[in-house]
Design a protein around this ligand. Structure first.
Ligand SMILES: N[C@@H](CCC(=O)N[C@@H](CS)C(=O)NCC(=O)O)C(=O)O
Length: 232
């Protein structure tokens, strides 16, 4: 029987977000691993689903094949569909949207560029100290904002784990890959440890395939070379 949700994704910071939700909610889903090495994300069939030619995307066969792209919008859609991990009262829901926007427009792009200039551009001979300083500095500033929000709270919105934590975790947890320091950000580090301990998160990080190098483990040099080649 066809499952409601078909997820198109890869093992990247944005790609893991819906996997984390689906594993946490224990929702059955089908998955297609989009192969960047074959440029599947730019293929005609895929770009009919995601006009941006990037992962992730979901198709909801339980809702007439409705398509959702953009990882933050996917998390919101899934939270509403399954009534999980999103506060019900309107003020806290607004706070969820605020922090989700902060992730999507701040943490994601800044840490993404910090990674890009150091892990992709630099090994290809385009080293740019100014860009690196700019993106690493801005990423650190944003992590400090998040650290402040987490003081005295187990999760970003307070007592309850939510889609905001799911959106934030893959990028923040990849601070090593982005070469952004988390020194002194104790509340942020405690939050990372708390999320590391969640079995669903541990399962999700192996789907579609493990990428331990993002978390400072494994053969970093080989991973950097492979990653840089994927974007040539
Ligand atoms: N804002 C988008 C960004 C998606 C995105 O940048 N995806 C990356 C992986 S993290 C991708 O598909 N890269 C492949 C490419 O650039 O061709 C989202 O959050 O869904």
């Amino acid at each position: 029987m066809t499952k409601d949700i078909h997820l198109y994704t890869a093992s990247t910071m944005n790609g893991w977000k819906p996997v984390i939700f689906l594993e946490e909610a224990e929702v059955p889903y089908d998955l297609t691993h989009i192969q960047f090495s074959k440029k599947e994300q730019k293929s005609e069939w895929y770009m009919k689903l995601n006009p941006n030619g990037r992962i992730p995307t979901i198709v909801d066969h339980g809702n007439n094949g409705f398509v959702v792209f953009e990882s933050g919008a996917i998390l919101w859609y899934l939270a509403e569909k399954y009534q999980r991990f999103l506060p019900q009262d309107s003020d806290t829901r607004s706070q969820a949207l605020q922090w989700l926007m902060f992730q999507m427009s701040g943490i994601g792009p800044m840490m993404g560029q910090a990674m890009y200039f150091q892990r992709i551009a630099s090994p290809q001979g385009h080293h740019d100290d100014y860009a690196i300083e700019r993106y690493v500095g801005e990423s650190r500033r944003l992590l400090e904002v998040l650290n402040k929000q987490l003081i005295g709270k187990p999760y970003i919105l307070g007592a309850d784990y939510s889609i905001v934590d799911m959106a934030m975790y893959p990028y923040v947890r990849s601070y090593y890959w982005a070469k952004v320091s988390v020194e002194g950000l104790e509340s942020l580090q405690a939050w990372m440890d708390r999320l590391d301990d969640r079995p669903a998160i541990q399962r999700a990080l192996e789907i579609p395939k493990p990428f331990p190098e993002f978390f400072g483990k494994g053969d970093i040099e080989a991973a950097q070379a492979a990653n840089s080649n994927r974007f040539r």
